[in-house]
Design a protein. Structure first.
Ligand code: HEC
Ligand code: HEC
Length: 297
């Protein structure tokens, strides 16, 4: 205690250096001065109290047994979510409407509509098409890869739409019809002829063959039996869904046995029709989605 210390009215000691009274707390000889709080701090503190009380009345705040006090503004987190969902529905509904009203060939030139159609198409694809075509539309034996630029029934937007809406060998009269005959089973071709023509088919896409003689003989069998559908050059015909045999993309497989089995037993993959099962706007979205996967023409 310094000599010039005195006491205030409440009996607290007054610090001689600053002239401020102390609280009476002393630690290791250090005395705590009883300074008032800064005015700005105090006001901020009072304002937060007023704010908290106001907030507690305005919004749901005090927990009760079944929920909380409601607040006079009537705000509710659930209502807020419902409202933003409504907003989403409205904007989505508007784009849905636009998609429905826009002709198929004018969708892809409008970026916003294209993005919307692709998203809607992708969702519908996952639900309806992925079980057969794979989640990435990559296909599997018998189920075409829709990313590849090799189309049985055509890769233009309207052709894709037609295939999705009406299918292939689907039982829909408007769908694609016709199949590849079972040349072996029906006795149209002998086993050696089937082997020859299958070698020739492999040669069309540059795959290894058993012998040049087989290929030469197979070319003759092909011209006589296969060309009407697959074309003299083997490039196929989309009006019949007869596969282009000159690419390296295969529906059923490229090994000799697979080709021989196909010529022996015939082919006729079934793609279901979707008109009447999915609404026309969804089918549009699906057509755009498939068309823009990478193989579209
Ligand atoms: C039950 C299995 C199955 C389901 C489900 C299915 N597809 Fe297919 N899809 C096929 C088969 C099989 C083919 C090949 C038909 C053929 O061999 O000619 C095909 C062919 C196609 C083609 C033509 C490919 C080409 O090369 O021309 C398109 C496009 C297509 N499907 C799109 C779809 C879409 C979109 C959906 C969903 C709405 C769908 N598919 C659902 C089995 C299915
Ligand atoms: C009446 C028309 C028709 C004739 C004739 C025909 N095909 Fe086909 N061929 C098709 C069709 C249609 C397909 C596709 C089948 C499907 O989608 O399931 C096909 C598919 C194939 C495939 C499968 C291709 C792949 O990607 O896996 C091979 C191989 C083939 N044909 C070879 C032949 C050979 C060889 C002959 C002659 C001996 C022949 N075809 C005669 C219509 C025909």
């Amino acid at each position: 205690m310094s000599t010039n210390d005195t006491h205030d009215a409440a009996g607290h000691e007054i610090d001689g250096h600053t002239g401020v009274s102390t609280t009476g707390h002393v630690w290791d000889g250090i005395k705590e001065l009883n300074n008032p709080l800064p005015r700005w701090w105090l006001w901020t503190f009072y304002i937060t109290i007023v704010w908290a009380i106001g907030y507690a009345f305005a919004y749901p705040s005090i927990p009760l047994l079944n929920g909380a006090t409601t607040g006079f503004l009537g705000w509710h987190s659930r209502t807020a979510v419902v409202e933003s969902m409504d907003d989403l529905q409205v904007s989505r509904g508007a784009l849905m409407q636009k998609l429905a009203n826009t002709p198929l060939d004018q969708i892809e030139s409008q970026p916003e509509l294209l993005a919307f159609a692709r998203a809607a198409g992708s969702a519908a694809f996952a639900n309806n098409c992925a079980p057969c075509h794979g989640s990435g539309a990559q296909g599997s034996p018998g189920y075409p890869n829709l990313n590849a630029n090799r189309w049985l029934w055509g890769g233009k937007l309207d052709q894709i739409y037609q295939t999705i809406a009406h299918g292939a060998r689907s039982g829909d009269d408007k769908g694609h019809q016709g199949e590849m005959p079972a040349f072996g089973k029906t006795g149209l071709l002998t086993a050696p002829q089937i082997e020859q023509v299958s070698n020739y088919v492999r040669s069309l896409s540059g795959l290894k063959t058993e012998s040049p003689a087989e290929v030469t003989a197979g070319a003759k069998v092909f011209a006589d039996n296969c060309a009407p559908c697959h074309g003299a050059n083997g490039k196929g015909n989309i009006s019949m869904g007869s596969a282009n045999l000159t690419t390296k993309v295969w529906l059923y497989g490229s090994d000799l046995t697979t080709i021989e089995n196909g010529v022996n037993n015939g082919h006729g993959g079934v793609m279901p029709y979707w008109e009447g099962r999915l609404d026309p706007t969804t089918i549009k979205a699906l057509a755009v989605y498939v068309h823009t996967l990478g193989g579209g023409q």
